[in-house]
Design a protein around this ligand. Structure first.
Ligand code: NAD
Length: 485
């Protein structure tokens, strides 16, 4: 296969690449250079209608395809993603601004893992049977829902897109999917891979366009019975408002404001190394990044000095350069938002310990959107900077004097996606883990992912869980059958 990012990308409907009905396009910008490098369809309700019709036509065939055949196609998609690692990684980096080494090491390998994981999962998926002591037997079928919508964000584009699509297809659904309009390229290239892998026409339809004119039309469509969404809490709220009165199943993976809780008895070297990563990986644009660092009093000053000195060494540069630890943030809009958040932190009385500014590079990246890793202290736990998601290379430091105070600070958030706890006292780790109100807790590690585990958040971080059987259950309807003996 010779996968190449084209200057004009197309929708993928019923196995064919097609232009949007309204013939309107949006600019696609490389955030590292500031240049428009491709055009993407500005799809609307008409394209959604076509995609739903194609999915409807494909459903009977795909949902009745034997599991082993579905496994083979999905597994072939995984293999083709691996075979095209370099082209996909380059496309991801040009769209998103993340370092190329990161796309190669994390984003694209995880996309193939997603397909491989759910391909094998579907071969082992089983359902319950309940015996009523000789009187009756119940068995539960789990049937595909029909046509489902999958909508994903820009921070881990192909990684999160495939995290939804793979389980939806595995259990026999047909999909209408939309990647973020900010990072559409790998979603477009995935369509070529699916075609080559032999996925039947109409089983997966990929549309491009904005949240308002395309995403919300997917959510509204009466024939789309379930919506799996990852993105902002704001959009999640809008989606829930449309989906709830239509009684659609929704899985909403939303924002975060995650605490890193660091006790004095932690394994220092591992903690400090990992905390730099969990703060600034992907320019802080991972929903699981820890943006509120809570440090026990007795080690606060030592932590501050060493954390600043290590973060200072994170070289911000051209994402194509192997030595760059930090690339560009995703867009001009987001660049301005993050810089505004830093201004707000100053107005709220925060002291900028490191960074706080845009980085101006020369040459190819002179017009790119780069921001220094930024560390802020001295803010109240309830101020906007500590309560609102920034989603950039910006963290705050707060101190605590005991476990109870650490817990109060950790839970002082409307979000509850993830948390990291650093301590060698395992009894305390378990105690804290049980009381921190987040869906994912890491003890003495970060971003260690087993795809079988439930993934999702409490509070404003969303509803539902992805991963493992949770995802396969979400994308199926259980039907209980009771037979009197
Ligand atoms: P976003 O909500 O702006 O957009 C996400 C996707 O939804 C895009 O494809 C967009 O076009 C679409 N969309 C936007 N409004 C919509 C609407 N009203 N109806 C239907 N679709 C709509 O989010 P973003 O800026 O792309 O991504 C960043 C956000 O995603 C952050 O808040 C981050 O925390 C969150 N996120 C969460 C997770 C998680 O697993 N919980 C993972 C990654 C990112």
């Amino acid at each position: 296969m010779n996968l190449q990012a084209p200057a004009m990308i197309a929708n993928f409907i019923g196995g064919k690449f097609c232009t949007p009905k309204n013939n309107k396009y949006l600019n696609n910008v490389n955030p590292a250079t500031g240049e428009v490098y491709s055009q993407i369809p500005d799809s609307d309700a008409q394209d959604v209608e076509m995609a739903v019709a194609a999915a409807e036509q494909a459903f009977a065939g795909w949902s009745n395809t034997p599991s082993e055949e579905r496994f083979k196609v999905l597994n072939r998609i995984a293999e083709l993603i691996d075979e095209n690692l370099d082209a996909l990684a380059l496309a991801e980096t040009n769209d998103n601004g993340k370092p190329l080494w990161l796309s190669k090491k994390v984003d694209i390998p995880r996309a193939s893992s997603n397909f491989r994981f759910f391909a094998t999962g579907l071969m082992h998926f089983s359902t319950d049977s309940h015996s009523m002591e000789g009187r009756a037997i119940n068995y539960t079928l789990r049937q595909p829902i029909g046509i489902v919508g999958c909508i994903s964000p820009w921070n881990l584009p192909l990684y999160l897109f495939t995290w939804k699509i793979a389980p939806a297809l595995a259990v026999g659904n047909c999909v209408v999917a939309k990647p973020s309009e900010v990072t559409p390229m790998t979603g477009y290239l995935l369509a070529h891979i699916c075609q080559k892998a032999g996925l039947p026409d109409g089983v997966l339809n990929i549309l491009h366009g904005t949240g308002l004119s395309c995403g919300s039309e997917i959510v509204k469509h009466p024939k789309i019975k379930a919506v799996s969404f990852t993105g902002s809490t704001r959009a999640g709220r809008d989606i829930a408002a449309i989906a709830a009165p239509m009684f659609k199943k929704t899985s909403l993976e939303l924002g975060g404001k995650n605490p890193n809780i660091i006790f004095a008895d932690c394994d220092w070297d591992k903690m400090i190394r990992t905390t730099v990563q969990s703060s600034f990986s992907n320019q802080g644009q991972i929903c699981l990044c820890g943006s509120r660092i809570l440090i026990e009093d007795s080690i606060y000053d030592r932590f501050k000095t060493e954390f600043i000195s290590r973060a200072k060494k994170l070289f911000v540069g051209d994402p194509l350069d192997d030595s760059s630890r930090q690339g560009a943030v995703v867009s001009e809009l987001h660049f301005n938002k993050v810089l505004d958040c830093i201004e707000l932190a100053k107005q709220e009385g925060g002291k900028i310990l490191l960074g706080g500014n845009a980085v101006r590079l020369t040459g190819r990246c002179a017009n790119g959107f780069f921001i220094e890793p930024t560390i802020i202290e001295g803010l109240d736990a309830n101020c906007r900077t500590n309560m609102e998601e920034i989603f950039g290379p910006v963290v705050t430091l707060q101190r605590f004097s005991n476990e109870a105070e650490a817990l109060t600070l950790a839970n002082t958030s409307d979000y509850g996606l993830s948390a990291t706890i650093w301590t060698q006292d395992l009894t305390r780790a378990h105690r804290m883990a049980a009381h921190v109100n987040s869906g994912i807790i890491w003890v003495n590690c970060w971003l260690l992912r087993d795809l079988r585990t439930p993934f999702g958040g409490f509070k404003n971080s969303g509803i539902g869980r992805e991963g493992g059987w949770e995802a396969l259950r979400f994308f199926t309807e259980p039907k209980n059958i009771c037979v009197e003996l």
